[in-house]
Design a protein around this ligand. Structure first.
Ligand code: DAH
Length: 341
């Protein structure tokens, strides 16, 4: 029996384990209930009485030795595998960027527009999206039967024809002029609503920026120079502008402004329908009727106003050809503006 104990001792001393499972296999082989050492203990019954002490001691020592050795092998195997996975980490790698939100393209464009006007001394004015007929239409010199009041364009709230969702940010002009005497120099960014079927080219809500300047001796030349400055700041120093006569109830004279096509530089391309020009905003000298309606004396003061669509400017800047992308919030679209200012 002592020989058997010695042989087992030698076996265990020579055993190795490459990983935790191999160490566990050793434990089962030697130390489990049916393992070799338990077997020795079972055979211990048959040992003659005079050898019991010596052999009993030898078995105990073997058991302790086996327990310690196998634990040691298991710990070493586990430590080695932890080291191996640490070695697989490349600590020099650039960390993966954490996903950051992006600015919405309409916010980028709105802020660019407002910052250009702020540099000219305009301050920001705000007004409600749910408006009354007076601020959206009547004070702005819309005749009673003007087609823009028609159900086609305007969303009415409830059954009253008086309460509407504003169809343009010109309503903020009315509100400011009612409460402020000139000089007035404001810019009004905001959302507007029109009863349009949603398509790539039209939406039932969109965004505008309105500008208004009222003071003594404000002339059409001031308007034109402001427009030129704006166009060049927004679209680059080579941009040309062109004013075409137009009609708006609240301005007289009224004009629409085109800029030289910023895609082909004015040479003509499919984007500008080979004209070299693209339309970007409406403008004009504030109609004296509007000044009077708001309590400003048109004999003393004059002013200019202009209004533009933010989506329109964003389309020119970023060539987004489907308006719906602006309100669907598809992350694949929004992510394209990560690098934008
Ligand atoms: N309110 C006009 C619209 O929604 C845009 C506009 C045109 C605003 C001329 C103005 C202006 O201030 O002078 O179509």
């Amino acid at each position: 029996m002592l020989d058997k104990i010695k042989a087992l001792h030698a076996q265990i001393e020579a055993a190795t384990a490459a990983n935790g499972e191999e160490a566990e296999a050793l434990r089962i082989k030697y130390l489990s209930k049916k393992g070799e050492i338990s077997q020795l203990m079972a055979d211990f019954r048959n040992v003659p009485a005079e050898q019991k002490r010596e052999i009993g001691q030898a078995i105990n020592e073997l058991k302790n030795f086996a327990t310690e050795r196998i634990n040691m092998l298991r710990d070493a195997a586990e430590a080695a595998s932890a080291c191996a996975s640490a070695a697989a980490l490349d600590l020099t790698r650039t960390p993966a960027p954490s996903a950051m939100g992006t600015r919405h393209p309409l916010s980028l464009v709105r802020e660019e527009i407002t910052s250009i006007f702020r540099r000219l001394g305009f301050s920001i004015a705000d007004g409600p999206e749910i408006e009354d007929d007076w601020h959206v239409f009547s004070a702005l010199n819309f005749a009673e039967d003007h087609p823009a009041r028609d159900m086609q364009d305007t969303f009415f709230i409830g059954t009253s024809p008086e309460v509407v969702l504003r169809t343009h940010t010109s309503s903020v002009q009315t509100r400011v002029m009612e409460h402020t005497q000139p000089p007035i120099r404001i810019i009004c960014p905001g959302r507007v609503y029109r009863n349009e079927a949603i398509s790539a080219r039209a939406h039932c809500f969109f965004h505008q920026v309105e500008a208004l300047y009222v003071d003594r001796n404000v002339t059409f030349a001031d308007l034109r120079q402001t427009l030129l400055y704006f166009a060049r700041e927004m679209f680059g120093p080579d941009t040309q502008i062109r004013l075409r006569p137009s009609y708006f109830p609240f301005t007289e004279p009224s004009a629409e402004m085109d800029i030289s096509c910023n895609l082909c530089g004015g040479k003509g391309c499919s984007f500008c329908k080979h004209t070299g020009w693209v339309e970007i905003l409406g403008c004009g000298m504030v109609d004296p009727n509007v000044l009077s309606a708001c309590g400003i004396d048109p004999e003393v003061y004059s002013g200019f106003a202009l209004g533009m669509g933010v989506e329109r400017i964003a389309n020119l800047k970023y060539r987004v050809n489907d308006l719906r992308l602006f309100s669907e919030n598809d992350v694949r679209f929004l992510d394209e503006f990560t690098a934008a200012r």
